[in-house]
Design a binder for this molecule. Structure first.
Ligand SMILES: [Zn+2]
Length: 318
């Protein structure tokens, strides 16, 4: 029995015009600047979120200078208002790996600094889209400071959307790594979940892996599941996708069917534990986190959450 995603994954929402032609049009940008808005993302991948996690705080862009500051990006335009983002250090001299929050924050009325994993599911559509795109672009900037061909430093053009090599002139556009994620079920009421080696006890999710060079998405699904848990799948079907900028993935979601009588063989070093879980348990674990002993699921910002929610018929819980 097949299923579809109920609603877009949290980080796939982008409601404003991405305005690609505007990126290189300095005259129009100058005309839009007085009314433009700016969101600030820090080097830990966090932005200031208000109204109990529902809205990203934006500021008048003119507070940041008479023109877009160096390293800022143009996210898009809506009703004559251009939206920009700028990166700032989380703390002076701080070097922090971006995004690793498993625990949902307590959302307050006071603005708080939250990352995409924490706020992605509670933000409204416009805020989620702006924040996701800004976080993804800044990750690409961070990882692409030197030319992949000649090693010279690169500079940014087109409002942060093109990097150009100072040595050989090579242009690069924002990079994204394709990864498949697959909800494997038995065609009836069981889903195959697994736990990664570094994950907390009881934390489970669906299986995922990076697409290899020269590989199709469907072949990757079949290979990853066979490699990770020793199971052969059939009826592989596309469900939907979402950006996951940690650091720069595009998660491409599938469902597939497997036979639960096949023995599960977790891959050494990749999967700590794998098991079949009932639809009722998944639904309860989503609707009342902590209510099913030994079963904690992925956070609401992930496509894994949306896949499990859609398959189990669970009501949405923030
Ligand atoms: Zn170069």
């Amino acid at each position: 029995m097949s299923f579809d995603l109920v609603g877009l994954p949290a980080l796939s929402r982008f409601t404003i015009d991405r305005s690609e032609p505007l990126r290189g049009d300095s005259e129009r940008i100058a005309a839009l600047w007085p009314k433009a808005r700016m969101i600030v993302v820090d080097t830990r991948g966090r932005t200031l979120v208000a109204e109990r996690g529902t809205r990203v705080v934006d500021r008048p862009a003119v507070e940041f200078g008479e023109q877009p500051p160096l390293g800022s990006v143009l996210l898009g335009e809506q009703d004559g208002v251009a939206y920009f983002a700028v990166l700032m250090p989380a703390e002076e001299g701080e070097q922090v790996p971006v995004g690793r929050s498993w625990v949902a924050p307590e959302l307050t009325d006071e603005p708080q600094w939250l990352d995409l994993r924490q706020a992605g599911a509670t933000l409204d559509d416009m805020s989620a889209g702006l924040f996701t795109t800004a976080a993804a672009l800044f990750q690409w900037h961070r990882l692409g400071k030197f030319c992949a061909k000649c090693g010279s430093p690169t500079g940014l053009e087109k409002s942060g959307w093109v990097s150009v090599c100072s040595g050989c002139g090579r242009e690069e556009y924002p990079r994204t790594d394709a990864a498949v994620i697959c909800l494997v079920h038995d065609g009836a009421d069981q889903v195959l979940l697994a736990r990664g080696p570094g994950w907390p006890e009881g934390r489970f999710s669906v299986l995922a892996g990076f697409v290899e060079s020269g590989e199709s998405l469907e072949a990757c699904v079949a290979r990853e599941i066979l490699e990770e848990v020793g199971v052969t799948v059939r009826d592989i079907r596309y469900l939907g996708s979402q950006p996951w900028p940690f650091p720069r993935s595009l998660m491409i979601g599938f469902e597939a069917v497997a036979d639960p009588s096949e023995p599960l063989v977790p891959a050494d070093g990749e999967i700590a534990e794998a098991r079949w879980v009932s639809r009722a348990d998944v639904r309860m674990a989503i609707e009342e986190p902590g209510s099913v002993p030994g079963l904690g699921l992925a956070g609401g910002a992930s496509i894994a959450f949306r896949m499990l929610q859609s398959w189990s018929g669970a009501a949405h819980s923030a």
